[in-house]
Design a protein around this ligand. Structure first.
Ligand code: MG
Length: 478
């Protein structure tokens, strides 16, 4: 379906989001849910929500509108997004709707529709839903279908996660873990899984609170000081922080150092490719760190790049039936459970990796041979494992533009500039300066701004290239 450029897009990068009562009004929600009922055709549809204040109201609106749209509903209540997405498949539903604005500020909320595969609907299907929304050609509005409450979703999800990891091995290590739950819905799942895995669990910001008074709903390298301190003070093995709806996870090593999402992801990729998923393909957006492709190369695996956005990664994974996918912001996807970002599953894999840290790493094995030692009881810590990755310097920023047209022109200008090694235009422009240095510029899909990402194994080259391209962009914004 072609996009009608004259009208406003409903869907952003991750579902339909906006300020509750202002952009995301009850009226818009009703029309959107009638559109989704028409699109889904039949139920049951499973509905869940995060811990936002407006969800008392929105969950009623969503479930009732689906019912009058002629679809039965299973209502899961408050659950992390990945938990609901797993339940879609597990309970053989025809689709799911998660009511969440993920890491956005408290006044926001959103509607995230997922297909029967347990993954966000495709970009193509978003346009179909928008077409129905604007034409108001709803299949049914006088249904009297029913909503059934179901409180087995979390239990079944935890069982599934446990079936995919080496529970006994993890238990034998009795890890101590600090969980920064960020007042989000991961409070309902992660602590219980970790207790089942024999961990000593220390929680921070564990009350579900739609105002996110702790450290806000988005975990970043900058705002996790409390987590870092708690890990050090308690001599924990590691710490982890989740976003509001629990699909993203950011990790902290035993020394209290917070690591960017894609660095931790590169480490997990290394673990999985070395152990249970040899040669598996890695699906990730084109702005992902080189660390991932370096690890993949070393272990004879292939990286498949997508446009930026978790939906693009999920859909590509589905198409290829891939096991490993990731996004730079702490979204790690393990296809054995589902092709979506999943904070709990990621934590479980980190635990398994640490439980195997005496044996899985090639470099470590060869060191052992060199040292003529047979001691394999030497477990390595999180910081030691992550320290084995190559040091890569990164830069990220964004530039506000007056219009989307200017943002597009900036990309064209950057493409014309200089004499780069190669340029990849899958999404914006990824400009390769040399084999180990790149600068990427891309217009935001939703706002008039240009994002810049850059990486290099050389700090000085990175600085000079960032300055060079920044100059071009700032000249054009003026
Ligand atoms: Mg999220």
């Amino acid at each position: 379906m072609k996009q009608d450029k004259s009208r406003k897009r409903l869907f952003g990068t991750n579902g339909v989001r906006g300020i509750f009562g202002k952009d995301l009004t009850i009226e818009l929600t009703i029309d959107l849910i009638y559109s989704l009922s028409t699109y889904f055709k039949y139920g049951p549809i499973i509905v869940g929500c995060d811990g936002r204040k407006s969800n008392e109201i929105l969950s009623n609106v969503v479930t009732s509108t689906l019912n009058s749209g002629g679809l039965d509903v299973i209502y899961a209540g408050k659950v992390p997004t990945p938990c609901l997405q797993f339940a879609i498949k597990n309970k053989k539903c025809n689709g799911g709707i998660m009511i969440t604005a993920s890491h956005n500020p408290p006044e926001y909320n959103g509607i995230k529709p997922c297909s029967k595969e347990g993954v966000e609907i495709s970009r193509e299907d978003e346009l179909i839903v928008e077409e129905i929304f604007y034409s108001k050609k709803f299949a049914k509005i006088d249904g009297t279908n029913k909503t059934y409450k179901d409180d087995s979703v979390i239990r079944e999800y935890i069982d599934k996660v446990q079936s995919l990891i080496d529970v006994d091995k993890i238990k034998s290590r009795a890890f101590k873990v600090v969980l920064d739950l960020g007042n989000g819905v991961q409070s309902l799942v992660a602590p219980y899984l970790l207790k089942n895995l024999g961990c000593e669990v220390i929680t921070v910001y564990s009350d579900i609170d739609g105002n996110f008074p702790g450290r806000g709903p988005e975990p970043t390298v900058e705002n996790l000081n409390t987590l870092s301190k708690m890990v050090k003070d308690n001599n924990a093995d590691f710490g982890v922080a989740y976003d509001g709806d629990g699909d993203r996870s950011i990790f902290c090593d035993e020394k209290g150092v917070i690591h960017p999402g894609d660095r931790t992801a590169a480490l997990l990729v290394k673990y999985l490719l070395n152990t249970k998923h040899k040669n598996a393909e890695i699906i990730c957006p084109i702005n992902t760190t080189m660390n991932v492709s370096l690890v993949a190369q070393e272990l004879n695996s292939k990286v498949i790049e997508t446009k930026v956005g978790s939906v693009e990664v999920s859909r590509e994974m589905l198409k290829r039936n891939a096991i490993i996918g990731l996004e730079e912001n702490g979204g790690f996807m393990y296809g054995k459970i589902n092709q979506v970002r999943d904070g709990t599953m990621t934590t479980a894999l980190i635990l398994e990796m640490l439980a195997n840290s005496n044996s899985f790493d090639n470099d470590f094995d060869s060191n052992l041979k060199n040292n003529q030692t047979t001691n394999t009881e030497e477990f390595r810590t999180f910081s030691e494992l992550i320290g084995s990755l190559r040091k890569i310097y990164q830069f990220k920023t964004k530039f506000q533009c007056k219009s989307k047209e200017i943002a597009d022109k900036i990309i064209t200008e950057c493409i014309k500039h200089g004499n780069p090694m190669k340029i990849d235009t899958l999404d914006g422009a990824k400009i390769w300066i040399d084999e180990e240095t790149w600068v990427m510029v891309r217009p935001s899909g939703t706002e008039p701004l240009v994002r810049m990402y850059a990486e290099s194994t050389s700090e000085t080259l990175l600085d000079s290239k960032v300055r060079e391209y920044t100059r071009i962009i700032e000249n054009m914004i003026k």
